[in-house]
Design a binder for this molecule. Structure first.
Ligand code: 13P
Ligand code: ZN
Length: 266
């Protein structure tokens, strides 16, 4: 019984906890957002070979470095508020085939993975190939950050990063590699997936124009925290604007002053 695996259940509980936060934050309207977590290390060699509930489902991409890897993925059309309560009925464990171009559904129900699976898997594939210890891809729809992407001049990675960093010191510290931006693409497409992995070369957080945000990391709570911190910065910016003034923002010197004490990359 898969639920006897305590390490796996701890991971699933953290996913459910995070799904609840996404809903509470108001970032997860209807089925908005999706999550994938590489859980391969949670399984014994015996469990890795477990019988699927459905097999040989085609992938739109080839995941060269993910052959045999096992992921929890939220289901397409599933609501985060229900993932929080019942992660097994609103998501599935999938195992990538030995050829990397199809997958099996292992447990517990034959729930179809998120429509953003191409982006999620291409991101995991790219990061694994780079040797990075990244297990989580978290996609959500934060109202304030999406709002900023409706402002053309802010659709520039350096400019948007500088704006959000300068609202509060924690933002510079918690999101040290800044934000990448992907121009508008149709959700769930390969084009969106390919444009997204380009941004991973320099960033761990990527904004999709007029759509949402993605965070990658080792730990799902840390991914949530990074987005939450960016959202806080966006709220400070909007609240100043709503009060009728342009916020001053931290100066270059103030931002630079954080680099050494917090060992930040430049
Ligand atoms: P899914 O329900 O297929 O996960 O889609 C939600 C979403 O946010 C698409 O970008
Ligand atoms: Zn989305």
């Amino acid at each position: 019984m898969i639920r006897d695996n305590k390490i796996l259940m701890t991971e699933i509980n953290r996913i459910a906890e995070t799904a609840g936060y996404l809903w509470e934050k108001g970032w997860a309207e209807r089925n908005g957002g999706n999550i994938s977590v590489n859980l391969t290390d949670c399984f014994t060699p015996q469990e890795i070979k477990m019988q699927p509930v459905e097999s040989n489902l085609p992938l739109a991409i080839r995941a060269e470095h993910l052959k045999g890897h096992i992921f929890y993925v939220t289901g397409t059309g599933k609501r985060m508020r229900y993932v929080a309560r019942e992660p097994w009925s609103n998501g599935a464990l999938i195992r990538i085939s030995p050829t990397g171009d199809s997958y099996d559904i292992l447990a517990e129900n034959p729930i179809r993975p998120t429509s953003e699976l191409p982006s999620h898997l291409l991101m995991h594939d790219y990061l694994l190939a780079e040797g990075r210890q990244i297990r989580v891809v978290l996609h959500t729809h934060p109202t304030d950050i999406i709002g900023l992407t409706h402002c053309k001049p802010l659709l520039d990675s350096a400019r948007l990063t500088r704006l959000l960093w300068s609202m509060i010191p924690e933002c510079r510290i918690i999101v040290p590699r800044g934000l990448g931006i992907v121009g508008y693409e149709i959700p769930g497409t390969i084009e969106l997936a390919r444009a997204t992995i380009e941004q991973l070369k320099h960033h761990d957080i990527i904004v999709w124009e007029k759509h949402g945000i993605l965070a990658v990391g080792e730990d799902i709570i840390e991914c949530f925290d990074a987005i939450d911190t960016l959202s806080k910065s966006a709220q400070i910016y909007f609240s100043a604007r709503a009060a009728g003034f342009e916020p001053e923002g931290m100066t270059d010197e103030q931002l630079e002053g954080l680099v050494e004490p917090f060992c930040l990359p430049r």
